[in-house]
Design a protein around this ligand. Sequence first.
Ligand code: NAD
Length: 242
Amino acid sequence: MTQPLAGKVAVVTGGASGIGLASVEMMIAAGAKVVVVDRDENALARLQEKHGAALIPYATDLLDADKCKALVPDILALTGVIDIFHANAGLYVGGDLVDADVDAIDRMLNLNINVVMKNVRSVLPHMIERGTGDIMVTSSLAGHYPTPWEPVYASSKWATHCFVQTTRRQVCKHGIRVGSISPGPVITGLLSDWPEEKLAEAKAKGSLMEASEVAETILFMLTRPRHITIRDVVMIPSQFDL
Ligand code: NAD
């Protein structure tokens, strides 16, 4: 098998499960060394045992401001280089706005957009200095279409989508590519927070995606020749009338 990411160092936040884990395993299979950032220490330990030297576990809570600030400097001290930064960790708050818990809204907005912005801000000087680098952000189908059953979550992903578009335009002159992947519903732990009737509907329609299908798309984006940036891929279940 060819290894298009051989020699690359990648960082994946929220990489211990779901879409992040699929991205980690796809990148390792493609030859990258991957720093997996997650708050789930047990899952990180299991992953390191499975993947050995190809995987560096980094346990942290990104919602802790000091730990978030330390992330990129710490990783650079370990690896010396970051070629790919996949900002993927995210939370979900669904349902009606009036029913949403205010603390949960704060945590979700913090992780889904503030932390993404701070992590990218932190890694950019390194990439600018090297004149190369790839930023990948996990957004969502909800970041492109107003999904009325999840106004809180959708708002965070519209912000993410705007962040990717504006940042790409600012840093493309430095040889840095900024892209996002925006899947519809994917079978991961996050779906357990979905409104039950929406989940039942998606299951009945057969419209749920596999995390590996998302990761394959990410790998495709990351392995285009460097003169091409694929900025936003929106993965829409074929039955959705969007
Ligand atoms: P998931 O819950 O399976 O994975 C999220 C990972 O992030 C977990 O390993 C968790 O431990 C980690 N994490 C959560 N909070 C953290 C924190 N404060 N610090 C460090 N790590 C933390 O969910 P997923 O579905 O794989 O979600 C990944 C991304 O995909 C999110 O940004 C989500 O919004 C997006 N997304 C998910 C779906 C879906 O239907 N599952 C669809 C579109 C987009």
